[in-house]
Ligand binder design. Structure first.
Ligand code: ATP
Ligand code: MG
Length: 453
């Protein structure tokens, strides 16, 4: 596939005009109008027939070129938001400062963005305010298609496809970079990262997703701009982390984040614990992401609660063990540590309650799953968070924690019939009560008391 693309691209390079974009016409690339989602095609068609410029743009063009299935199809046009709205009955303008139009179709919504300019005059404005609000203020300055291309983040994300002529318009040599598998920031990398630090994460995300290399001029400033991530609003950073870890290439993305010191600003409480590359924290997070990637490939459900539970667990465990050393019971220490660690994380990535509550349940259950004698095991299996907590036990064991075969015990228990389950639970109860076991326990971590809450 890439070979074919490559041949097409080279053929066209010779036809580069002195100014304006490279245009890859019909037969000079591997795209065809039937690859474009019907509704996006319709939007482009209506806009063009009304006399506006319109293209399918961004990630979908990039993905189609390299043979991936696009997540969505975005349209960029010279029509102003209100002009777009007039053309489509079922449409509405979204956002105040960054206005886009959502055109509703029976199956989906097509997002239509007016060409914007990234006018450099505004870079002299108060930088902090600028960084806090990302590029929103500037992005409502409308512009030409060329200006629109240069305000985008990556060359491979700035390709404009016109289905009516089956041509790709390339203002930033994005086609060359697709061909050479290169992630390159458009414009001066340092400036573009400073304008919007989320672009640091986007570089990491797309390098991992596409399997591309980050070219040196883009990669060089990443480490020392990483701290700018602290200026990104916590809700936006939370959303970005979901894209980083839940898009199917979580492990590769994580490696790039660590390499460029970006991860320290996403989960600061874990960052220093990853310095030991062979340590359990590194293994736990890597394994959590390997498992998540596998689940996504198998179209299984993944939840941010589980991922964040894994990302923060090493910090929770360490703090809980400090509290225990100070004489607190295990459940109390764990609960107090969990509360503190979450509280510290919220100002970085604002984890919504609907995720932080299940996270705490998964952590709490790590203690409960050990106390499984008598009727407890049966009750625990019925707990709504049991499955996640059990998966979390397996994850901890995969990462090298020694839990005395707890995962295997629960695996067997779940597969067993009611009688066998009872026998297993009775055996645990008997072992817990045996004096030998008690004696042995005195040298190992404190016995777990009943949960305080
Ligand atoms: P995908 O949807 O597959 O994750 P995408 O490239 O479509 O990838 P989106 O987040 O949907 O990414 O953004 C659409 C387009 O908007 C991008 O391709 C890029 O051109 C532009 N864009 C998005 N975020 C930024 C940003 N922070 N700075 C500059 N341009 C951006
Ligand atoms: Mg997209």
């Amino acid at each position: 596939m890439l070979k074919r693309i490559s041949q097409f691209f080279q053929r066209d390079k010779s036809s580069k005009s002195a100014s304006g974009p490279l245009v890859f016409g019909d037969g000079q690339h591997c795209l065809s109008p039937d690859m474009i989602n019907r509704d996006a095609f319709k939007v482009v068609d209506v806009l063009q027939k009304a006399g506006f410029e319109a293209y399918v743009v961004g990630g979908c063009v990039r993905d189609l070129l390299i043979g991936l299935k696009p997540k969505d199809f975005d349209v960029a046009t010279s029509a102003k938001p209100w002009e777009v709205k007039e053309l489509f009955r079922r449409s509405r303008i979204i956002g105040r400062r960054f206005q886009i139009v959502h055109v509703q179709f029976s199956r989906e919504i097509i997002e239509v963005t007016t060409f914007r300019s990234n006018s450099s005059q505004s870079t002299s404005k108060n930088r902090r305010q600028q960084t806090d609000s990302g590029m929103l203020t500037r992005d409502n300055v409308f512009g030409t298609v060329e200006e629109d291309a240069s305000r985008r983040d990556l060359t491979v994300n700035a390709l404009y496809y016109d289905p009516s002529t089956n041509s790709i318009h390339d203002f930033t040599n994005g086609i060359d970079d697709v061909d050479a598998k290169i992630i390159r920031i458009i414009g001066d990398p340092e400036t573009r990262f400073r304008e919007d630090p989320v672009r640091l994460l986007r570089v990491a995300r797309f390098a991992a997703k596409l399997g591309f290399n980050i070219e040196p001029a883009t990669a060089n400033p990443m480490k020392h701009r990483a701290a700018d991530l602290q200026q990104v609003s916590p809700p936006r950073l939370f959303d970005e982390t979901l894209k980083l870890f839940m898009s199917g290439q979580g492990l590769d993305t994580f490696k790039i984040l660590v390499e460029h010191r970006l991860f320290d600003y996403i989960v600061p409480q874990l960052g220093p614990m990853l310095n030991d590359r062979q340590g359990i924290p590194m293994k736990l997070v890597s394994q959590a992401l390997i498992n998540t990637d596998k689940r996504i490939r198998a179209s299984q459900r993944v939840t941010p609660a589980f991922i964040y539970a894994a990302l923060l667990w090493p910090a929770v465990q360490r703090l809980a063990s400090n509290f225990e050393k100070n004489g607190n019971s295990s459940p109390y220490a764990l609960s107090k540590a969990a509360g503190e660690i979450i509280l510290n994380q919220i100002p970085v990535t604002a984890i919504p309650k609907r995720f932080s509550i299940p996270m705490r349940e998964i952590w709490d259950l790590q203690l409960h799953l050990r106390r499984r004698g008598g009727n407890r095991a049966q009750r625990l299996v019925e707990h709504p968070r049991f499955r996640a907590a059990y998966d979390f036990v397996l994850l901890r064991e995969q990462a090298g924690e020694n839990l005395d075969g707890l995962g295997a015990w629960w695996t067997t228990y779940q597969d067993a019939n009611p009688e066998s389950r009872q026998t297993m639970a009775d055996d645990v109860m008997a072992t817990d009560r045996s004096p030998k076991k008690r004696r042995r326990r005195r040298n190992s971590p404190k016995p777990k008391a009943d949960p305080a809450q």
